[in-house]
Design a protein around this ligand. Structure first.
Ligand code: UD1
Length: 366
């Protein structure tokens, strides 16, 4: 039997939990005689141990076959360098398919390089849209989906967006959420961080906050106003804040911080989700975290004016609070009064998405 090579692209932190179960599903099928083989390409967009290495180790992701070592840069610098280096790799050996996940710069850059060399592209988490063109991720989603052959989707919203853009049903595969495959398979392994007891954290009596969107953190004064509102609204309960490198840059200019704000390093996967699982609530500007809180049933407040994941609001535990600091108090009051919605789990977020993706790929590439 001849084998079929698939490139799997991973570039930045939110990609790693999405590729881990796909690789495992390919390996499981290979052991049963399946035809797919993979080449794991790390673009190097995230390169710190804390943003990358820890995730590979904890999630059992094999060492990348290739690292393009792009490193930091502007949007265009990263895009250009990834494209140039990935094109070179493609010219050395062309796979049957380039599989990209999510919406980071690496996702877009590799899909362009592949499609220009007539390598088919599959996009996992295709079709989601915030409508907000000020976010680099939205541009990445739109460009990637404009040149994707096979769309693997997480929600009915994504399916509708793609149909609306003229994508035929035969190219849309509603499979669920690979990030949730990873969460469910690691739920029993979640690990209490060393600082948990040192900080005196008690289950359901602390908050987790993450903040790294340029709109929220690149300006010190915007970020300070948000922080003040968060600290006032959380009524002295500890707010654990793993600080993303982008946010750390802004915070260097800050003076003394409130005592209830507990700054910690970016957390590895198992520690981060332990914190989330036991938190009273999460305050975030991330998209992916709203999916994890939905599955764990943890209240989540999103400090953005829009979301590409509306099912986490309509079905899950997430609420869009917006970026006006004044909106935080009423939301936190609602939480303290025990009036937060309970939420439910979206369709097909069941831990078996990667198996479905691999089954489709075997048929599509046969
Ligand atoms: C990227 C993704 C975003 C994702 C986020 C999660 C894009 C457009 N954005 O944003 O969707 O939610 O990752 O982390 O792809 N840095 C380090 N060490 C690293 C990586 C980055 O110090 O390992 C620094 C960079 O030097 C830069 C900043 O962090 O100053 C931002 O990194 P970058 O990859 O440009 O974008 P993110 O804001 O992390």
């Amino acid at each position: 039997m001849s084998t079929i090579l698939v490139d799997i692209i991973a570039g930045a932190r939110p990609n790693f939990m999405k590729i881990a179960p796909i690789i495992r599903a390919i390996q499981a099928r290979e052991a049963q005689g399946g035809p797919l083989r993979y080449r794991l390409v790390h673009t190097g967009q995230h390169y710190d141990e804390k943003m990358s290495g820890d995730f590979f180790r904890q999630l059992g992701i094999p060492a990348p076959d290739v690292n393009l070592e792009v490193g930091s840069g502007t949007q265009a610098e990263q895009t250009g360098t990834i494209m140039t280096r990935y094109e070179k790799l493609l010219l050395e050996r062309k796979p049957a398919l380039c599989l990209v996940v999510g919406d980071v710069t690496s996702t877009m850059a590799c899909s362009i390089a592949a499609q220009k060399l007539c390598v088919k592209v599959a996009h996992v988490e295709a079709g989601i849209r915030s409508g907000d063109w000020t976010m680099p991720e939205e541009i990445n989603r739109m460009v990637t989906d404009a040149i994707t052959n096979y769309f693997f989707t997480t929600s009915a919203h994504a399916n509708r967006n793609l149909r609306g853009a003229g994508v035929g049903d035969e190219r849309i595969f509603f499979v669920g959420n690979t990030m949730i495959d990873t969460l469910l398979s690691n739920m029993d392994r979640l690990t209490k961080p060393a600082f948990f007891d040192e900080l005196g954290l008690r289950p359901k009596s602390y908050f987790v906050m993450t903040m790294h969107r340029p709109a929220n953190v690149d300006s010190g004064s915007t970020f300070t106003k948000l922080l003040d509102a968060i600290i006032a609204g959380t009524r002295g309960e500890p707010v654990v804040f793993p600080v993303h490198p982008r946010t750390a840059k802004t915070m260097r200019e800050f003076g003394a911080l409130p005592a209830s704000l507990k700054l910690v390093d970016p957390q590895p996967y198992l520690e981060f989700n332990y914190l989330v699982r036991h938190a009273k609530a999460v305050i975030t500007d991330s998209g992916g975290i709203t999916e994890e809180t939905t599955v764990m049933g943890v209240p989540c407040m999103t400090l953005r004016d829009n979301t590409e994941r509306p099912e986490t609001v309509e079905i899950g535990t997430n609420d869009l609070i917006g970026t006006n600091p004044a909106a935080l108090k009423p939301a936190l009051d609602r939480l303290f009064e025990g009036k937060w919605k309970k939420g439910a789990i979206p369709e097909l977020w069941d831990g078996r998405t990667s198996e479905r993706i691999v089954a489709h790929l075997e048929k599509l590439l046969a």
